[in-house]
Structures are given as C-alpha cells and as structure tokens.
Design a protein around this ligand. Sequence first.
Ligand code: SAH
Ligand code: SF4
Length: 382
Amino acid sequence: MTANLLDLDLEGLAALCERLGEKRFRATQLFRWIHQRGASDFDQMSDLAKSFRGKLGTSARIEGLPVVSRHESTDGTIKWLFDVGDGNAVETVFIPEDDRGTLCISSQAGCAVGCRFCSTGHQGFSRNLTTGEIIAQLWHAEHFLRKHLGTSERVISNVVMMGMGEPLQNFSALVPALRTMLDDHGYGLSRRRVTVSTSGVVPMIDRLALECPVALAVSLHAPNDALRDNLVPLNKKYPLAELLDSCNRYLEHAPRDFITFEYCMLDGVNDQPEHAEQLIALVQQHRRAGVWCKFNLIPFNPFPASGLIRSPQARVTAFARMLADAGIITTVRKTRGDDIDAACGQLAGDVKDRTRVADRMAQQRTIMLKQTPVEAVANKET
Ligand code: SAH
Ligand code: SF4
C-alpha cells in the first residue's frame, strides 16, 4: 500500500522525501501543492522534477474521502457526509459568516464517551479517524468551496473540532492534523482560530498544552459532579475540580486568555436558576485571575432516543442573564442551516444503520432534507 500524503504533516513529509533521496525542502513544495492548491495528481506539480514525480507516483498517493452526500442550506451552511468504510460515515459542516468561514470537523467514527444528549454518543464507538481522514475534511471542503464560490482566496478561516467524536481520545492522529492546519505552507490558520472541543480528557488537555496549544472549548453541561456524571460519563474518571484545574493550567500555554465552556441547555435537567448559581460559584472558586472563561449556551438539538427536550428560549435567556450579571461573558449559540439535516451525528447515524456501501450510495440520492435545525458551531470569540 502506498503512503497517503494527507496523513503527514510537513515534518512527516520531509522525512518521507529524505527516504526517497530528495532534499527536505522539496517537501515544502509538495505540501503547498497538496494543501494550498488542492492537487491530488503528481503530474500537475509542474515545478517538481520528473524523476521525483515518478518516485512519488510509485510510492505515494493523495487520497481524500468519498463524499456520500452534500447538502446546502439557504443560509449558505453546507454539510458533507464522508464515507470512512465498513458502513461508517462522518460529517463535516461549513458555516459562512460575514467575517469568517468556519469548518466543523469530525475526529472519530462514533464516540466512546457516550454523553446522554449526544446522538454520536448513542451510536457507540467505531474507530479513530486517521490524520489523513481528519485533514481530508478540510482539504476537500476548502478546495470545493473555492471552486463553488469562484475564488482563489482562502475560504475557511476557522476550524472547530466539534463534529463527531472526542478529539482528545484520538490524540496521536489529531496533533499532525492540527499542525497541518497551522502550518504556513499548509492552511496557515492562526492558533486562535483552531478550536479543540473536549468533554474533558484531563491528561490530554495537559499534553495538548505542551505539544500543540490551540483554542480550547470544554463541554461542561453541568455545575456539579452528580449531574455531570449522569450527562457526561467521563466525569466519573475526571471530575469537575480536576477538569477546571487542567483548564487553568492550559491557560499558561493557550493562544487565548480564556477557555470556552459549552453548556447544552436541557429542559428541567440543567437549566434551573440553582444550576446557574452553582455554575457561577464553581467558576469563581476556580478563577486564578481575571476573565478566564466564557460560556456558550447551546440550545439542545433533540433526537428521540435521548428522551430529552430543549430548554424553552425564555429559560435559556434567563440562565444567560444570571451568568452575565455575575460578570461571566456568555453567548447563546445561534441556529444555522435550518433547512438541512441536524448536527451532532444524526445524519451519519442514519447511514451507519445501513451496512452496505451500495445502500449508502443509493441513500445519497434519496436522503430527504429534514427539518431539524443545525446549530451553528462558529467560534464567536474570534
Ligand atoms: N467530543 C467533543 C467534541 C464534539 S461534540 C465534545 O464533547 O466537546 C461538540 C459539541 O456539541 C459539544 O459541546 C457537545 O456537547 C455538543 N452536542 C452534542 N450533542 C448535542 C446535541 N444533541 N445538541 C446540542 N449540542 C450537542
Ligand atoms: Fe462524544 Fe462529544 Fe458526543 Fe460526548 S458530546 S458523546 S464526547 S462527541
């Protein structure tokens, strides 16, 4: 099997070039062809020596992911479903805004954390994505969008690891993908505009701080351990006090001076005034200095198996006001892509039930547009 060059960050590509008897700087040219120009064919790479292209042709390939479906909302939100084999699919969402373009990327097929309110969690865990499968989502989306919008300029300015899966449980594949996003010869994204979202894998938060500090979002969802144990089972392993300590340690390395806490608003479960009060106390107790966190309240995106209901708008607003009155910067995530399928693994869930690729490809033609809203995952603070 030849090496898929999407699996390699620039350092990895340089090592491969050396093994092929080429100078390391050739890797930079190759990397730029792949990521900045979207090339998948070595023959296109006119400034590389023919002999080098020949060697690449026999030992390497540039292979993206097959697209199962693509849906575009009237507000410009685009959602792809990519086939990752064995009946699994992952989703990627592009959210355009006036001043940025955000891509929401998946890190695993399924997820082992099993949060109660998450449809990916309900599907169970299939496997980790490879670095190439993570970066292929960006590679495909960026170059599709340039063609689609008729521009040669960069379209995607922000990446959020908020699709399917727990990125910090796929750390070794995640880090080279992040490096490719950040590399000036790759996508050239600023560290502040690449966000890893985690349910709280404490040791890996510390490793991320050392190996590749980018913006961090932590999915909190509950103000006390008893409730969080129930909603985010990983809390039993890494309880709130440990998690908030690791967030504080992260800030010493982070490109931003705050952590974003995500909080999914569930009717009657975590949205009462006493939950807001506990949350304020928790945040104040763990504050080392100044503004150290911001809250992003997410209206729950319902699915039947969860047995949970979205909090009414008035309750979300009241909750947000309580946090804001306590001096905590709070935003409510807005809804995007209303006319295409739901976020958080629901469309991919439909596909996973069908085990044969032929079925999935048939579904590509027959998937009906659904009415469940997509939640915008844009990183509002950038
Ligand atoms: N595993 C990581 C990243 C992927 S989930 C994490 O948990 O942070 C991205 C975000 O979507 C998380 O904040 C998650 O809690 C939220 N989410 C999951 N299911 C949701 C749903 N049904 N409605 C609203 N938000 C949801
Ligand atoms: Fe996994 Fe995140 Fe879903 Fe929890 S919310 S099950 S960690 S993808």
